[in-house]
Structures are given as C-alpha cells and as structure tokens.
Write a protein that binds this ligand. Structure first.
Ligand code: UDP
Ligand code: MG
Length: 320
C-alpha cells in the first residue's frame, strides 16, 4: 500500500477549492477503503501567492479535513514553480504523489489507474489527454503546434501530456537534484528515465473561476520549454550562414558571367557579391559563438550527470 499525496497548485482558486477538496478527499477515502492507499494519504494545496481568499480557505479546510494540508508561497511564482514547491514539500511524507490542477479539469478516475500502475512497478505515470473537446479551439490548436515543434527540436516530451502525473519517491529524490531556474517539468521528467507508462485523461471544462493561462503565459511557457532544452535554434544560425555562403558562390558565378558578357551595371557586381558573402560570414561567426554559448548554457544548468534507479543494499533507496 502506498502513502499517496495529491499536489494541487492554486492561484486565485477560491471558487473551486471547497468542491475540489471534497472530491479529492472523497477519492482518497475510496482508495483507502479498497486498500490501495494508506488512510493517512493526503491532499496538499500550494497557494501560489493568491490575491483572493484561497489561503484562508485552505486553512479552513485543513481545520475540518485532517487530510488537507497546505503550503503558502510568499508571492506568485507561476504554475511550474508552485508544483515544484509542493512536490519538494511532500516528498519526505509520501511514497508517491500526483500533481493535478486545482480546477480538476483532469480525469479523476485516472488517479486510481496511476496508483495501480505504481503497484505494477512504474515510477512515472503520465496522464495523457485523449480528448481535448472541452478545451477552447485556440488552445487545442496552439497546443498541437507546440508539441510538434518540441518534437522537431529534439525535446523528449510526452505528446498531449501536461502536468497531471504520478511520481514515485525515488523519482522525486532525483528531481530534487535539479536546481534550474527556468523550470519545465514536462521536459525534465522524461530525461530522468525511470520506468514509465501513461493513462488516459479525459479533460472536462472548468467548473468555476477562469483560466490563469493567458496567451502570454502560454507563449512564455512554450519559449521556456524550447530554450531550456534545445540548442537547435543556434544550429539554425550556423546552417543559415552556410546557405548564405553557398548562395554567394552561385551569385559569384552569375556575376562573372555578367562581367564577361558586359551586361552588368558598374559597381553592381562587387556590391551583390559582398552582401551575400559578408552576410554569410557574419551568420557563420554568430553561429560559431553560439556553439560556445550553447555549451556554457548546458554547464550553468548543473544538471545531474546520471539518475540512479536501484541500489542493492541501501534500504532507503528501495521501493516500499
Ligand atoms: N496556477 C498557479 N500559479 C499561476 C497560474 C496558475 O499555481 O501563476 C495554477 C492554477 O491555480 C491551476 C493550474 O495552475 O490550478 C492551471 O491553471 P489553469 O487551470 O488556469 O490553466 P488552464 O487549465 O486553463 O491551462
Ligand atoms: Mg485548468
């Protein structure tokens, strides 16, 4: 049996909190009755610097439901950081945890499936959206384009998976070694490399409150996702430089031809040639400098070199 924590980040979620807490604690009760999780499993709300009464509500709920815990962040730090704060707080108190948005748009029946997958030996279980009908059209389209772009950039992210997932305690221990500022969990977790699987997640519409992910926030997350994991854009500059140089060779041939046949204006040949040649050299040099910056960027992240899955003879590291 597993002691399960459910981590839920909240930013101005007073409209959904009570409803969410009732559903989540109810679910934990059911799972405990079925003998799948321990009775002291809990829900941990992370208040991400809300400006409404979210934290007062969490405190009230903690008073009435012993299974509700809370972390109060001193200011708004964003969805990814709030999840990280919750996971790092709960990791010593549980055998595994599930992160889910406070609005419970994700499929609650997937939680039991995640617990079952853990029992089957998986350390990471991704909730994968099978139907996004409830999402607005713009969100669906932009999400799709973004997943495709990630793939092209060579980022190992799970298609149609957001931040609804299960992580076991040993994965959390490994994750704790990542100290990066531009946190993009969807990129980091597949890199850790523990046994993983997926469960279906049917999204429902938000019941109350409104989405905190404005277009600007979505773009900024997408940009973080790509620039924190891929140096391919830098290679793009190098390739462009090479292409420009090739074009300058072709133009060189054309210019010589024009000179011989005498069809060129005076000064045109040298001007044309230098624009493409110098442009190519500049792009190549910028790309070259970029290669070094790419290395510096990898170094400063201080990402762990390896992740340990098992240690024979160390009780603390073994799965319960
Ligand atoms: N959230 C947060 N900090 C923020 C913005 C959002 O903790 O700065 C939380 C929010 O309360 C919710 C989750 O992140 O639990 C996802 O946000 P939302 O449901 O508004 O996004 P959407 O589902 O529309 O993408
Ligand atoms: Mg939502």
């Amino acid at each position: 049996m597993i002691r399960l924590a459910i981590i839920s980040p909240c930013y101005n979620e007073e409209a959904v909190l009570e409803w969410s807490a009732a559903r989540l604690t109810g679910l934990l009760g059911e799972l405990a009755q079925k003998g799948k999780v321990t009775p002291d499993s809990f829900v941990l709300y992370v208040n991400d610097g809300s400006t409404d009464h979210t934290w007062q509500l969490i405190r009230q709920l903690h008073g009435t439901h012993p299974q509700v815990k809370g972390v109060n962040l001193a200011r708004n730090t964003g969805h990814q950081n709030a999840i990280m704060a919750g996971m790092m707080t709960a990791r010593e108190w549980c055998d595994g945890l599930i992160t889910i948005d406070a609005d419970l748009q994700d499929d609650l029946s997937a939680i039991e499936a995640m617990v079952d997958a853990y029992a089957d030996g998986y350390d990471v279980v991704y909730g994968v959206k099978v139907s996004r009908q409830a999402d607005p059209r713009l969100k669906r389209l932009s999400a799709k384009a973004f997943y495709k772009l990630q793939q092209r950039m060579g980022i190992e992210a799970v298609y149609n998976h957001a931040d609804f997932r299960f992580l076991s305690r040993r994965v959390l221990g490994q994750l704790a070694r990542y100290g990066e500022r531009n946190l993009y969990l969807r990129g980091i977790i597949p890199q850790l490399g523990f046994p993983s699987t997926t469960v279906d997640d049917v999204i429902s519409p938000r019941t109350a409150g409104h989405s905190k992910y404005t277009l600007r926030r979505m773009l900024s997350l997408a940009l973080d996702g790509i620039t924190s994991f891929s140096v391919k854009p830098i290679y793009g500059i190098l390739y462009m430089g090479a292409i420009f140089l090739c074009i300058s060779v072709l133009i060189g041939v054309y210019v010589v031809h024009a000179l011989i046949t005498g069809t060129a204006e005076h000064g045109w040949a040298s001007l044309m040639l230098s624009i493409w040649f110098v442009g190519g050299i500049i792009l190549l040099s910028v790309g070259g400098v970029g290669l070094y910056i790419g290395k510096i960027y990898k170094e400063v992240k201080h990402r762990p070199l390896y992740s340990v899955e098992d240690i024979l003879g160390d009780e603390k590291h073994a799965r319960s």
